[in-house]
Design a protein around this ligand. Structure first.
Ligand SMILES: *Cc1c(COP(=O)(O)O)cnc(C)c1O
Length: 417
């Protein structure tokens, strides 16, 4: 028997290790460790060289793997050979696709109504590395086909784009990608697999900001990419090299969120449907953008691509409401709401709003906004889990207030003239 080390610091650091349980747990354990232990130096060396276990949490972590595997199961429910890689944020997941499959001189086609963070990445960051891009309407395959060049490597789409609620024609885009030797990568954050699984329409990769509906409670940040395992191996390599790994605590929250994803999203879609229909009738409202509305330009495409449940087709839970009266009216409307709170994120249990012109498209002047099909008054709602009647009442009361202000303003103009 060798003599024990007696120093108090040594004893504090080398406390007995927790036993590895023989029973599996119902919940996902949080493997909150940066490194994994080995019985000896040879076992360590074998794993470094041959793989087949855990080594270091920037490389792989069991809690993060559990989250990634859960996403692969949801997005690849009916598609063989789907795996996923998880990232520290949605943007880390988005950028991993570009870092993996582009090089200097490559060309990207992306939506006109693109998520701001992805637009900045393509224009400001990738542009410095000699990557060029064209921005077109993804609901119009003709525009996409016309933008293809011999250097096109990625066609980037969003299943649903906010704030205009464009829908990407995924089957047509997959055909164009195939014919041109490009990859079709789809940001499906706003749609979630509860509405649509792009891999089933032959997209090569599907990307999510897990911060939104996957976590679903506004308390965790993460991202994920899913697709065929051969492509995901390459993305994994980028993830390890760039250090964009998800933290185990976040992975725990995001994976737990997935267990209620269908329940939450179906309910949120249902609420959004009722909300959009009710608010569109208000006299202070100029327009409502929601693919669930008959008149929306993406209505038919959404019906074709999105799942239908007992509650009808699921059109998503983001609704953009544009009141009459321009930029000021939009800000005043967002301000007058009581339940719906101004916040940058979406997809959580709380209903959140953002005045598009000052938040997601800050710095874009009115003329440019209008060119992108966005009214300077537009307010984007992410419907949460509150009761639909209360959310409708909240928005209606805020709009009533504005009708009053507008009529006072009109009365003033009349008296003055
Ligand atoms: C939020 C969001 C992202 C970025 O995700 P983060 O987790 O904030 O990095 C990407 N795409 C869409 C559509 C988003 O809504």
């Amino acid at each position: 028997m060798r003599k024990r080390f007696k120093g108090e610091n040594t004893r504090a650091v080398h406390l007995p290790a927790p036993p590895v349980p023989v029973q599996a747990s119902v919940g996902t354990p949080v493997w909150r460790t940066s490194a994994f232990a080995f019985a000896g130096a040879q076992e360590h060396a074998d794993l470094v060289h041959n793989g087949g276990g855990y080594l270091y949490s920037r490389v792989d972590n069991p809690t993060v793997d559990a989250f990634a595997a859960a996403v692969a199961a949801l997005e690849g429910a009916t598609v063989p050979d789907v795996t996923a890689q998880a990232f520290a944020s949605g943007m880390a997941a988005v950028s991993s696709v570009f870092w993996t499959f582009l090089k200097t001189g490559a060309h990207v086609i992306a939506p006109l109504a693109l998520y701001g963070g992805t637009y900045d990445l393509i224009q400001d960051v990738l542009g410095r590395f000699g990557v060029t891009a064209d921005f077109v309407e993804m609901g119009d395959p003709g525009q996409v086909r016309a933008a293809v060049r011999s250097s096109t490597r990625i066609i980037w789409a969003e299943t649903l784009s906010t704030p205009t609620m464009e829908v990407a024609d995924l089957p047509a885009l997959a055909n164009i990608a195939r014919a041109s030797g490009a990859l079709l990568a789809v940001d499906s954050t706003i749609a979630t697999p509860v509405l649509c699984r792009p891999l089933e329409y032959h997209a090569d990769l599907v990307v999510h900001s897990a911060t939104k509906y996957f976590g679903g409670h506004g308390d965790a940040t993460g991202g994920v990419v899913a697709g065929r395992s051969a492509l995901l191996e390459k993305i994994r390599h980028t993830r390890i090299a760039t250090g964009a790994m998800l933290a185990p605590d976040e992975a725990f929250l995001l994976r737990r969120g997935l267990e209620t994803l269908p329940l939450r999203v179906r309910r949120q879609c249902d609420t959004a449907n009722q909300f959009a229909a009710a608010i569109a009738k208000h006299p202070s409202v100029k327009s409502v953008d929601y693919p669930g509305l008959q008149g929306h330009r993406a209505h038919d495409l959404a019906r074709r691509l999105f799942d239908t449940g007992p509650e009808g087709t699921r059109f998503g839970a983001v609704v953009t409401v544009t009141p009459h009266g321009g930029r000021e009216a939009g800000l005043a409307f967002a301000d007058a709401l009581r339940l719906a709170k101004p916040a940058t994120s979406l997809g959580g249990t709380h209903t959140t709003v953002g005045h598009v012109g000052t938040i997601t498209h800050a710095g874009t002047d009115d003329a440019l906004l209008l060119k992108a099909g966005i009214d300077p008054a537009a307010v984007r709602f992410s419907l949460g889990l509150e009761d639909a009647e209360d959310l409708i009442r909240d928005a209606t009361e805020a709009l009533d207030l504005m009708t009053k202000i507008n009529s006072v303003a009109r009365a003033d103009t009349v008296t003055m003239s």
